[in-house]
Design a protein around this ligand. Structure first.
Ligand code: GLC
Length: 551
């Protein structure tokens, strides 16, 4: 690959590390992670070997939804730092050869955003209301919501304001949805994209990219009817017009050299995902299929083959994700009994029981998580890692109610414990008020067992998960970034694929023989054996050995 192509195509096979800023590193001791904290840890990210860092929102916010309720998309939350701190962070990342990706939240603002305040102050009929979805209620006094739609965060999607009108919020009430038919909304977001692109940001992660376009008829369908609608017919999920917005954004991305990139968070059917990944649109979309898959060879293979085929259709590259800030950490999911529900192993029942039942097999979960990661990193496409997975962290299920922050906990009266358990601040050291996260106590309490998974412990241990991730990222770089995968015959419960001379064998529930060649890396210590025990992955270099080989 020539350098020019490499500059433009870096994202195709990148390893992108997600930083959840409030829980990564706290430089000033207020208990909330901040930009300077991240800057201080750039050497750690460089040693890990990631290509890019995706920063979850760091904008001013009341934190009604962990920062996804944005007061001002072109500013930094004063608790997290300043724009100068942001520039310093990007400079430090750039010096370390790491690109910065920021999170854009276009579907909604916070209820403290200047536009929403103007809309409230203006009253019914005021032009500022047209930037959102305001409606009169139903019933003689308008005191029934315009529709009975229920938010995934619990409660209704409509909230009434003091003058009697209602507004739409797909998420929490503090996150009013914008009306993307309004030209000012469109213009303002293009301004936001340029604002961050001008500051050296390489790409964008687009929050709930499938929700922006809305066509709300006078008579709104009821909740039951919504569920029966085919893709594309829904009044606000995955509408075809949403892609017009992204075609416009592509023009903005292409104003830059190299062009800025984007990845869509779009919870849609796989075949509809390709439209978000179109090179004339956002260019890449998250593939969450493995988040829903059991630890099962056949399921993994089906997901991998389908996504490689979809990537070929769009000339995008596939993406692979096992964990992020919205789901139960995968080491934990894989340590729970295999499920057959619609979302197997999502850990929900276990979270509800505060981690008591079903019983979690921590060691097995971590062993599978390590094997899964090596399998993912052998594939073409980009892999998105979530902070802490490189330490093999498990979910924290038993946070006290009073510290829980996720709006789903409050909005469901505790029926859904929410996502705080994967957002507990990282353990950097074995001691200190917040295990090296910062000089103060952390905004979510860390359990005592976090200390054993701290960076301090793991970086000294060649068998640790951190050491495995470092070795895997280094080895991955030494193989050509090919898009071609060849599947080799393997017995049931085993996957064996080859890419650019690298053989990757994963034994799910049965042991496997290793092919000939040098074992580059294995997710467990094989002690020289040529058999792979269950729940293990090995990489084998089957290329003819040359003296100049560095591996
Ligand atoms: C996305 C984010 C999630 C957030 C939601 C609303 O799904 O990943 O954390 O709560 O959007 O912005």
């Amino acid at each position: 690959m020539t350098r020019a192509r490499d500059e433009r195509d870096w994202w195709r096979h990148a390893v992108v590390y997600q930083v959840y800023p409030r829980s990564f590193a706290d430089s000033d001791g207020d208990g909330i992670g901040d930009l300077r904290g991240i800057t201080s840890r750039v050497p750690y990210l460089a040693a890990l070997g990631v290509d890019a860092v995706w920063l979850s929102p760091f904008y001013p916010s009341a934190l009604a939804d962990g920062g996804y309720d944005v007061d001002d998309p072109r500013a930094v939350d004063p608790r997290l730092g300043t724009l100068d701190d942001f520039d310093e962070l990007v400079a430090a990342l750039t010096d370390a050869g790491i690109r910065a990706v920021v999170d854009i939240v276009p579907n909604h603002t916070s209820d403290r955003h200047a536009w929403f305040r103007e809309a409230l102050d203006g009253g019914p009929g005021h032009p500022a209301r047209a930037r959102y979805h305001f409606r009169d209620g139903r019933g003689p006094d308008g005191d029934l919501p315009p529709a009975d739609w229920r938010s995934g965060f619990g409660g209704l999607m409509w909230t009434r304001v003091p003058d009697g009108q209602w507004y739409l919020h797909v998420h929490a009430a503090e996150q009013p949805d914008l009306d993307w038919d309004h030209p000012e909304v469109r213009a303002d977001f293009e301004r936001t994209l340029r604002f961050w692109a001008d500051r050296g940001v390489a790409g964008f992660r687009i929050d709930v990219a499938h929700l922006l376009a809305k066509a709300l008829p006078e008579d709104l369908p009821g909740e039951a009817e919504l569920e029966r609608l085919a893709p594309g017919e829904h009044p606000f999920v995955d509408r075809d017009e949403v892609h017009e917005i992204y075609t416009g954004w592509r023009k903005v991305f292409d104003e830059y050299d190299p062009p800025r990139t984007a990845v869509a968070e779009a919870w849609v059917e796989p075949h509809r995902r390709t439209r978000y990944a179109d090179p004339a649109g956002l260019g890449q979309a998250f593939n969450f299929d493995l988040l829903r898959a059991d630890w099962d060879a056949a399921e993994f293979r089906a997901v991998i083959e389908r996504n490689l085929a979809l990537a070929r259709l769009t000339d995008a590259s596939s993406t692979w994700v096992l964990s992020n800030h919205d789901v139960v950490r995968h080491a934990t999911r894989y340590g729970l009994p295999q499920g057959t529900s619609e979302r197997p192993q999502d850990g929900r029942d276990w979270l509800l029981s505060r981690g008591t039942t079903p019983s979690l097999d921590r060691a097995r979960g971590l062993r599978r998580a390590r094997a899964a990661t090596l399998l993912l990193l052998a594939l073409p496409g980009s892999t998105y890692l979530y902070q802490g997975e490189e330490l093999g962290l498990h979910e924290v299920p038993d946070l006290p109610d009073e510290v829980r922050q996720d709006p789903t906990f409050r909005r469901t009266a505790g029926t859904d414990p929410g996502r705080d358990g994967c957002r507990v601040p990282l353990p950097w050291r074995t001691s200190g008020p917040s295990l090296g996260f910062g000089p103060g106590t952390a905004h979510l309490p860390q359990p005592a067992w976090f200390a054993q998974s701290s960076v301090e412990v793991e970086q000294q241990d060649p068998a640790s998960t951190l050491s495995l991730y470092r070795s895997a990222l280094a080895a991955r770089r030494s193989f050509p970034a090919s898009d071609e995968v060849v599947w080799h015959v393997a017995g049931p419960g085993v996957l064996h694929l080859e890419r650019a001379g690298l053989h990757c064998v994963t034994a799910f529930d049965r042991a496997a023989w290793l092919p000939a060649g040098r074992v580059v890396l294995a997710s467990e210590d094989l002690q020289g054996a040529r058999t792979l025990p269950p729940d293990t992955t090995a990489w084998i270099d089957a290329r003819p050995r040359r003296s100049e080989d560095t591996l």
